[in-house]
Design a protein around this ligand. Sequence first.
Ligand code: HEC
Length: 160
Amino acid sequence: MTRSDRARKVAGALLLALAVLAATALGAEEPRQAAPLITPPRRTERLQRGKALYAYYCAACHGPRGDGRGSNAEFLAKAPRDFTDAAYMATRSADDLRRVITEGGPGAGLSYLMPAWGRTLRPYQIEDLIAYLRSFAAGGASAKRENHVAPETPPGPSLR
Ligand code: HEC
């Protein structure tokens, strides 16, 4: 290899390194979502999914704000649970909520007016909902503020 060959190779390698650096620098300027400060991403995603599911399946009875005042509530003989009642919700374990949601009211000694969702929703979706229900009593930062509009198609995988 001659001297000039080597020089050319070195120059080529330098150019390549520069190109890679430039590409990385450009990439870094793309807008990125701000990293959540307190809530780890997985929980945020869970709440987002839970929120969409809630708007579609639950809000008509339990109310967009989780206070039990959905548009359907006045037609029910039994008032839908008010999830903003922190004292009551603190008495319910995750297992309790999971059972009611999966099996419906009768599965947990409650009213049949609370439907069973175990054949409609996947287990992970029920966990998403539980996380979201909890957020109502926790001040509902994610739950209360925004406008809930039920999506026209069911969120998540299509129904079985
Ligand atoms: C048709 C109206 C209706 C819909 C839709 C509905 N619920 Fe309910 N739900 C009720 C009623 C009524 C009760 C109160 C039952 C009772 O106290 O006997 C209730 C109670 C509950 C409870 C309280 C259980 C407890 O321990 O007190 C949970 C949790 C719950 N619903 C979750 C959900 C979720 C999640 C959805 C959506 C996937 C949903 N509900 C959709 C009517 C509804």
